[in-house]
Design a protein around this ligand. Structure first.
Ligand code: BGC
Length: 751
């Protein structure tokens, strides 16, 4: 009581004083002034050297502030699935802190597979709080490069093959993070669709594919998400590296989209001072490294935007116009983050963050196949459950490149299942095969000993033996985060599962009819045994709560509701990039090339026809289509209807469909709306995703799902006039449960 009184008295007396103090503060330090005024004020106080000082790195993950003026440094962190542990000032190795472990959230492919914008907001909020608590200003993520080939080693860090889905899912993530006064750095802008030759590939594609497929998620990130930074990609486009690219940055990002944030280079993505000056780069990081390994020591003064830039100004070749604009953007970033007086405090490793990771995982896990309703595991009947496969044990948060983490904890699938099943059944384990027993990245060590001396045949024999007597067999395999699996800086070498897993799965299928295969990966894999195995689950990389989330789906605590954000092809030749396009680059140039530095062209000859757009057009049967995912309940769709049958360009049209849960438990269904243009002056995909809604339905419950669209959903990019156009004519609204499971079609006309 007494204390309260004193404080009250103090505040009454001091408030006017404080207000006066604030008024006297220089504008740039005065939080009551608009950011733009503070930026201009700070800018005019800075010397030339101080300006140069803030536009490039001073350490692996920070850029300098202006100590004389009290303007703080900016600290970056990977991203995108958790907050990276601290590294040494000028090394990739660990700084050895003990307070830098985090909650790992599920990989972005899993987030995309939730098809639930609320999950994306929860993800952004949670990871943003962790970043904020760790005092980071910029989170290097999320990634929205389009899934062009299942061989891309970094697909797990992205949001799938469809521009509409990726655009819808990226926006809430950004908002959630930035509400913490932490900037997102949406990456890798643009056309970074493979890891092979990632620094030297020059992408060639038509303007329609660029605007309709590869850019929409970035555009949404800028215009709707209002991301404060964007990361330039490693690759080239039109012969210029993406980090300093006239066309991508100056013309599209800034002029057309009105981006007012800062462009950050990928680590080692800057190659030329003059281009960096004129073509839009604001913050240079990681030069003299490939972003992962090599690097000159403390080379920061030699960065392209450091001394070399200063010299060009001193020699008179450049004025300070470009520099001032870069500094403005860096200061603006600072006022939004490090100097943001209103930012919350954040939180780290909280139970809420663990729960968020579990919830998102449960909504993103995809039930691909469930013959004879093998799943969920019936614990009232099962006495013995055999868990087989390396990925049941292997920690997946260590490895994979820059997204590697040091986690507070990670529940393995095996531990998750054992804990959940408890004494209800016996849970036994057999390895089955050996994949990658290593477990370290940049000094973070998983601490697991996965070494194995037995031969493949011995491991297989043991697994088969164990499987014979079990009521259920849960095989947990797939890829991992080692080189040529799902890993930065290398692509996969084929679509097949590695380490002879196909053989293990086929042998298990012969001895047990209750076989469940859980595929852990961020990519599609071939499944030659698909007809031999009753139940298949896509288990992604799920982070800290991996095992708990998987167990909850497998025993039916949670009802699966994830849907695939990309197509699972039967074989590689069914993928447009491999059949029509160039991958990993022009064959003759690759054969001729003698140096790793040679630029290699990669032509996206498939144009717009990526993913389901290609399989639709060529009537190619998929292993599992885009948008596919089953539930433990069933849904019935009524005939969809529209509120009108013609619309004008400035009009809107609404489609409605009733969906009913016809099973006996609560479940969620993702209702999808595709638009099909029946006739157009330029070639168009058969249909394109333009809406989706995830609805929860109790057993027997029915709900109406509506989609309202405007001309944007009907438009294509006319590359002759550089405009989006909605051409009058006949269209169809296709209501579907996946790209191939069509529930109803409503014709309508645009007048
Ligand atoms: C990656 C980026 C990452 C950066 C910093 C680069 O190698 O491409 O995605 O944010 O390193 O670690």
């Amino acid at each position: 009581m007494k204390l309260k009184k004193i404080m009250l008295g103090m505040s009454l007396m001091t408030l006017p004083l404080l207000a006066q103090e604030t008024q006297k503060k220089p504008v740039y330090l005065n939080p009551t002034k608009p950011i733009e005024e503070r930026v201009e004020d700070a800018l005019q106080r800075m010397t030339l050297e101080e300006k140069i000082g803030v536009i490039h790195a001073q350490s692996k993950f920070s850029s300098a502030g202006v100590p004389r003026l009290g303007i703080p440094e900016l600290w970056m962190t990977d991203g995108p699935h958790g907050i990276r542990p601290e590294v040494l000032w000028d090394e990739w190795e660990q700084a050895g802190w003990t307070n830098d472990s985090c909650i790992a959230f599920p990989a972005l492919t899993c987030l995309a597979a939730t098809w639930n914008e609320d999950m994306s907001l929860l993800y952004g909020k949670s990871i943003g709080e962790e970043a904020r608590y760790r005092e980071k200003d910029v989170l290097l993520g999320p990634g929205v490069n389009i899934y062009r080939t299942p061989l891309n080693g970094r697909n797990f860090e992205y949001m799938g093959e469809d521009p509409f889905l990726a655009a819808r899912m990226v926006v809430p993530y950004i908002k959630g993070v930035q509400a913490n006064g932490v900037a997102t750095c949406v990456k890798h802008y643009a056309l970074n669709n493979q890891e092979f030759n990632r620094h030297t590939s020059n992408v060639i594609l038509d303007d329609r594919a660029l605007h309709e497929i590869y850019l929409p998620a970035f555009k949404a990130a800028v215009q709707e998400g209002k991301t404060w930074t964007i990361m330039g990609a490693y690759n080239l486009y039109k012969g210029e590296h993406a980090c300093h690219n006239q066309y991508l940055i100056n013309d599209i990002l800034r002029r057309d989209w009105g981006f007012d944030g800062a462009v950050v280079s990928d680590w080692g993505g800057t190659h030329d001072t003059r281009q960096a000056i004129t073509n839009g780069l604001d913050l240079e990081f990681g030069s003299w490294t490939d972003g992962l390994t090599m690097g000159a020591t403390n080379a920061y003064d030699n960065y392209y935007l450091a001394s070399p830039y200063l010299k060009l100004i001193q020699s008179g070749e450049f004025g300070t116009k470009e520099l001032d604009n870069k500094v403005r953007r860096v200061l603006r970033l600072g006022f939004r983050t490090a100097m943001n007086n209103e930012k919350p405090l954040g939180s780290l490793n909280s139970p809420e963050h663990g729960a968020a990771g579990k919830k998102i995982s449960e909504e993103g896990i995809v039930l691909l196949q469930n013959k004879n309703n093998v799943l969920p595991i019936d614990l009232s009947k099962a006495k013995k459950i055999a868990v087989i496969g390396e990925n049941a044990l292997k920690m997946m948060t260590v490895g994979g490149g820059s997204s590697s983490l040091k986690v507070k904890y990670e529940i393995s699938p095996f531990d998750g299942l054992k804990t959940r099943i408890g004494s209800q059944a016996q849970v036994v384990y057999a390895r089955g095969y050996v994949g990658d027993p290593s477990g370290s990245y940049n000094g973070v060590i998983s601490g697991q000993d996965l070494t194995e001396t037995r031969s493949f045949d011995e491991l297989l024999a043991e697994a088969v033996e164990v499987a014979k007597t079990a009521d259920y067999v849960v095989f947990i395999g797939g890829l991992n985060k080692s080189k040529h699996q799902d890993c930065e800086d290398s692509d996969r070498l084929g679509l097949e599962l590695p380490y002879q897993q196909d053989k293990v799965i086929s042998e298990l299928a012969k001895v047990n009819k209750n076989l469940i295969v859980v595929n852990i990966s961020g990519n599609a894999v071939a499944m030659p045994w698909v007809n031999e195995v009753p139940a298949i689950v896509q288990g992604w990389y799920l982070g800290s709560e991996a095992g708990n989330a998987l167990a909850s789906i497998l025993v039916g605590d949670a009802n699966p509701s994830g849907k695939l954000p990309f197509t699972f092809p039967v074989k590689l030749d069914d993928v447009a990039a491999h059949r029509l396009g160039e991958y990993p680059g022009n064959k003759e140039e690759l054969a001729r090339s003698t140096s790793k530095k040679d630029t290699i062209n990669v032509s996206y000859n498939e144009g717009l026809f990526v993913g389901y757009r290609f399989t639709d057009k060529n009537k190619i049967k998929t292993l599992f289509p885009f948008g596919h995912g089953l539930s433990y309940t069933s849904f019935a769709y009524d005939k969809p209807v529209a509120d009108k049958n013609t619309m004008s360009v400035n009009d809107k049209i609404t489609f409605t469909v009733k969906v009913k849960n016809t099973g006996n438990r609560t479940g969620k269904e993702v209702v999808q709306l595709y638009i099909s243009d029946k006739k157009s002056s330029l070639p168009r995909p058969i249909k394109e995703l333009k809406g989706f809604a995830k609805v929860e339905l109790a057993a027997g419950e029915e709900k109406e799902v509506s989609f309202t669209i405007a001309k944007e959903a009907l438009s294509f990019y006319n590359d002759k006039t550089a405009e989006w156009v909605a051409e009058p004519g006949k269209f169809e609204a296709v209501i579907a449960a996946s790209a191939t499971d069509i529930k109803g079609v409503v014709p309508f006309e645009l007048k």
